[in-house]
Design a protein around this ligand. Structure first.
Ligand code: 5GP
Ligand code: ZN
Length: 114
């Protein structure tokens, strides 16, 4: 999608620090980390949010979570644990409209939902 910042990032038109890639998914460091480890995982096919993704191709959800499982195992993050977050719409504070999963880890995380 022409106007999408994460499509541009995936195509290399915007710089990023890539921490994971397979055939269908990439992971990269969040520009403004909210935890010691804060990565974003996106599918290479554009959808605008998690509900759009599920109605477009629910298999993408499996591909995203397989990527996260591979990355967290590789980086030894399953022992301390991690949190996955996705925001949809203004109440949740979604600012980028290419479906992405936040991976937060590397420290004791605070409460959420406020
Ligand atoms: P949202 O608020 O939509 O759930 O999350 C968007 C996330 O994307 C934010 O955490 C923000 O810091 C991150 N972000 C926005 N623009 C860029 C960018 O150009 N590069 C990277 N690496 N992260 C970005
Ligand atoms: Zn996109």
């Amino acid at each position: 999608m022409d106007d999408c910042i994460f499509c541009k990032l995936f195509e290399g038109k915007i710089p990023s620090t890539r921490i994971y890639e397979d055939d269908t998914v990439i992971g990269f460091k969040d520009l403004r980390p909210q935890a010691r480890i804060h990565q974003l995982f996106i599918h290479k096919q554009h959808t605008r949010d998690i509900n759009d993704l599920v109605s477009t191709d629910p298999n993408q959800l499996t591909e995203l979570f397989r990527a996260i499982a591979a990355y967290t195992a590789r980086e030894g993050l399953t022992r301390g644990g991690f949190r996955i977050v996705t925001n949809l719409g203004p109440d949740a504070g979604q600012t980028v409209f290419h479906t992405h999963l936040h991976l937060l880890a590397g420290e004791q995380l605070g409460p959420f939902g406020a």
